[in-house]
Design a protein around this ligand. Sequence first.
Ligand code: BT5
Length: 253
Amino acid sequence: TSLGNGCLIGRRIVCCGETGSTNTDAFLLAEQGAEEGTVLLAERQLAGKGRLGRRWESPTGVNLYCSVILRPELPPYEAPQLTFLSAVAVARAIQITTGLQPAIKWPNDLLMNGRKVAGLLNEMNAETDRVGFVILGIGVNLNMRADQFPADLRTPATSLLLESGAPVSRQLFAVHLLRELDREYLRFQQEGFGPVREEWARYCNAFGREVQVDVGPNSLQGPFMGVDHDGALLMKLSDGRVERILSGDVTVI
Ligand code: BT5
């Protein structure tokens, strides 16, 4: 299938019933030369991946598991900009399909009422000075019921069904998501990171607010100032210095 309408993203869509991880499949396809804009969708993932070796719960038929192959002309350190781009596209697709506004939690979570409804996992293949390809991995809990979450995720996680009370069509959600991704990617190529960063800030749950960031055993507090060109979180410390944080856990206080 293909999304048509001259879109780059979704000009080829590969759907499968069951797979290990759509990101792993997309990575292999990209290595074999699959064109930019190729999208993989699965009904179910047996080994859905989160970051840092974590697991992404991927039950059959109820959610969206999607990976998109991009070949941007970017230096590798700027590739994280695409995570912000996909976060904005997912936020918009959620807003269009449910009428509810999600919040983006740096760096890669989408929340509704403080609970995680979607996660992003971007993987890249890069040489030293340029990106070969990036896989945008997107998991959105659409129609997952409370009893389909493992017990430890029932409080921290949610789905669009649980938040809005109405089921969301997977096809419709996918169409909106791919359209928004396409639009944002085109604008990103023409205008750079600026507009994505601005849009991201509108959805961010912490922008300008006092946050605590836990980095390993250390914890820092201060106002969340924004994100840098490489995706680093910028926060102002009490001595006025601006600290760049590349990975950590953010809590709004
Ligand atoms: C993520 O990792 O949030 C990235 C998730 C990316 C999933 C997509 S699905 C399509 C593509 N193919 C893949 O194999 N992956 C991508 P992270 O920030 O590390 O969050 C993982 C943590 O979120 C887990 O340790 C759980 O605590 C929680 N979690 C797991 N499954 C969840 C779910 N379905 N909904 C909400 N939270 C979940």
